[in-house]
Write a protein that binds this ligand. Structure first.
Ligand SMILES: Cc1cc2nc3c(=O)[nH]c(=O)nc-3n(C[C@H](O)[C@H](O)[C@H](O)COP(=O)(O)OP(=O)(O)OC[C@H]3O[C@@H](n4cnc5c(N)ncnc54)[C@H](O)[C@@H]3O)c2cc1C
Length: 648
């Protein structure tokens, strides 16, 4: 059957980002970079520059990464004649994600909002991982998150994070009590499910049970039945695997297992979860391990084979729940806890738009006086003012920083020269201070004057790759008919599916009518087939895999999977898909330590602490600098970096 084209597909996906580009050397990346930059510029021709609307390959999109790869992979040194812009700033921030924007904000705050600040980012949009994706179908605009979804772990936030949100007019109480519609899934009869694909299991099976633990990720989603014997009987798993999984979900006689563990007293940190399953629960069937393998990826980025017993207990992996509760690794969910309900309709892009607006209010000309972040949800954003010389804070997009160097000896230099590629050419600005809020692993290539030990520590932050494929479906009849609003897909290409978070905010309303369009998200964490790889190796391999995957392959997998999941309820990809945006994050979550592999390293004492030390007039931020991949971590690292530069 001929496939219908996707609207505004990015043709570069196929031509530039394929295997060829990865294998290129000897300056070929430069040619790809030029073509990608030209194409990116052409994208906005004739229409106002507004990247959230662009579909096709997003995330690390063509044009964003080639220059950094020339630097890091090819070791390019000669970039041609540099254009001296003669621009001088009090602060240049490298990286315009949540951390970089927060760095600009805190620096301005420390200087009575009178400092000259420039933020440089290699992407065509601001926000880093916190990107907004917009879609249109049948005259309706829908938005969703291209990466960072929502505020996480708020129970552990420091006071400064709450103060910032208050200053920005972001009211999290309202997020959970009014904006998030806790009754939406129930109203539409949607619960969690598990999908077994025909390619692996002979035919498609959708099991309406939350065996993949989607309910905590999507508050209000029905958990469904807990009769594990009946639920697993409905799966195509071999009978022995079913029996093993029933045992792991029910945890019968857990007290005997815990008693034995107490007696034998192994170190939970160095005890592999899968070995624990074999030793203490007598698990042996390969299909059992296959079913469990992708369960922890959403949170940890690795397969279950890389987890220790401690981490499995924290994650509530089957077989460890009672143990985890007994030893305080996890807790029973409080029925009054609103859960993961703190989302803007465009995810954490809403945070980035809000903090940006405080520094450049001209970006939202229709909002004359913003009292709350909600005022910005539907406000048109005018990107043409982001780099206006009249503004004290400027954001320069499509600018990859290739060198940051003190002007003279580090301890005497009054300025730092920052060189970046913009429009294919090297440009230079000067700054009294620089904050590197970019991915920490790139810093050794950019700040070559850093001490070698610090560079080694920075390079250890191998980021976790993710793919968020957002699919605008013209209606959600088939999803509603299936009764499954989010699913774990243990053996499919995309192993998680989520419908839209039901958020009503600032005039944007979640769809109530299944005739209306809705963006849904398919998530792939590229865990390599090979078991037992160290997390950093898993991430490197996964990164390479998604980097060489062409848009058409991501698209084909989307189509096949949605047909498999919802075809029995009438879904037809050719008819029902309006457009697809693939957010490819080859460098996604920050590296977090794994007890089996990073012996003795933790957030309190790991090498990231040496990595983030200030150097002369340069300080280091990004969530990488906190060795934890959450927005609040990136923001707090920005505050620390600003303090290092501004406090005696
Ligand atoms: C798919 C995905 C989902 C996530 N979901 C959540 C979530 O739900 N909640 C949560 O709290 N966190 C989530 N995160 C974590 C996310 O990393 C943080 O929320 C936050 O967005 C990190 O902000 P940051 O500024 O530290 O890093 P980033 O957002 O990565 O920003 C760094 C920026 O620096 C740029 N940069 C790199 N090198 C250069 C260079 N040489 N020159 C110029 N610019 C450069 C990068 O391209 C990027 O734009 C998610 C991450 C991913 C990938």
């Amino acid at each position: 059957m001929a496939r219908k084209g996707i609207t505004r597909r990015d043709f570069l996906n196929g031509t530039l980002v394929g295997t060829g580009a990865l294998m290129m050397g000897g300056g070929d990346l430069a040619k790809f970079a030029q073509a990608a930059e030209a194409e990116a510029a052409a994208k906005s021709k004739g229409t106002p520059y507004y990247p959230p609307k662009w579909t096709g390959m997003r995330g690390s999109h063509p044009g964003a990464f080639e220059r950094a790869h020339e630097l890091a992979r090819e070791g390019r040194e000669d970039w041609g004649g540099v254009t001296e812009t003669d621009e001088e700033y009090d602060l240049v921030v490298v990286g315009g994600g949540a951390s970089g924007l927060a760095a600009a904000y805190y620096f301005q705050e420390a200087h009575d909002w009178k400092a000259k600040v420039l933020v440089l980012d290699n992407h065509d949009d601001f926000g880093g991982h916190a990107k907004r994706n917009e879609f249109e179908s049948g005259g309706k605009m829908r938005m969703t998150y291209g990466g960072s979804q929502g505020f996480d772990n708020i129970a552990n936030w420091p006071e400064e994070m709450w103060e910032l949100l208050e200053d920005l007019g972001i009211d999290l109480d309202k997020f959970e009590s009014e904006n998030y519609d806790h009754g939406w899934f129930k109203r539409h009869g949607l619960k969690g499910g598990v999908y077994f694909d025909a390619k692996t299991w002979g035919r498609d099976h959708m099991v309406p049970a939350d065996l993949g633990d989607m309910a905590p990720v999507m508050p209000g989603l029905g958990e469904g039945d807990k009769d594990y014997a009946a639920l697993f009987a409905a799966t195509p798993l071999p009978e022995r695997a079913q029996k093993e999984l029933i045992k792991l979900y029910e945890e019968p006689n857990a007290h005997a297992m815990i008693k034995r563990l107490d007696e034998e007293d192994p170190s939970y940190d160095s005890y592999p979860y899968e070995k624990f399953l074999m030793d203490y629960w007598n698990i042996s069937h390969p299909a059992t391990f296959q079913f469990l393998r992708k369960l922890p990826t959403d949170e940890n980025g690795v397969g279950a084979d890389a987890l220790s017993l401690t981490e499995a207990g924290i994650a509530g992996m089957p077989g460890t729940v009672k143990l985890g509760r007994k030893y305080g690794l996890s807790q029973e969910t409080d029925p009054n806890d609103p859960g993961y309900a703190h989302h803007f309709p465009d995810g954490n892009a809403g945070f980035c738009r809000t903090i940006l607006y405080t520094m450049i209010p001209e970006v939202a000309p229709s909002v004359t006086e913003s009292k709350s972040a909600e005022d910005l949800i539907l406000a048109a954003f005018d990107y043409s003012v982001l780099d206006d010389p009249e503004n004290d804070t400027r954001i320069r997009l499509n600018a990859t920083v290739i060198e940051v160097k003190h002007e003279g000896p580090v301890d005497q230099a009054e300025q730092v020269a920052v060189t970046y590629i913009f429009d294919g050419q090297p440009h230079r600005v000067k700054a009294s201070n620089v904050i590197m809020a970019c991915w920490n692993m790139v810093i050794p290539f950019v700040c070559t004057e850093l001490p070698e030990k610090q560079k080694e520590a920075l390079a250890l932050n191998v980021k976790i790759p993710y793919v968020f494929a957002n699919v605008m479906v013209k209606n959600w009849h088939a999803i509603k008919a299936s009764g499954i609003g989010a699913a774990y897909c243990p053996t499919s290409y995309y192993h998680l599916l989520q419908t839209e978070y039901p958020v009503n905010m600032g005039g944007y309303a979640v769809t109530e009518d299944a005739n209306e369009p809705m963006p849904i998200t398919l998530i792939r964490v590229p865990v390599p087939e090979e078991r037992g790889l160290a997390p950093r190796d898993q991430f490197r391999e996964g990164r390479n895999e998604i980097f060489v995957t062409e848009f058409e392959e991501f698209e084909t997998e989307v189509r096949n999977q949605l047909n498999g999941m919802f075809g029995a309820h009438g879904f037809d990809d050719q008819r029902d898909i309006e457009s697809i945006t693939v957010n490819r994050w080859s460098h996604g979550y920050s590296y977090t330590y794994f007890t089996l592999w990073d012996k003795g390293h933790s957030i309190e004492n790991g090498p990231h602490i040496q990595a983030r030390q200030p150097f002369g007039r340069i300080a280091i931020a990004n969530s990488d600098a906190g060795a934890d991949s959450w927005l609040d971590v990136g923001v707090m690292q920005a505050l620390r970096a600003v303090r290092e530069l501004t406090e005696d």
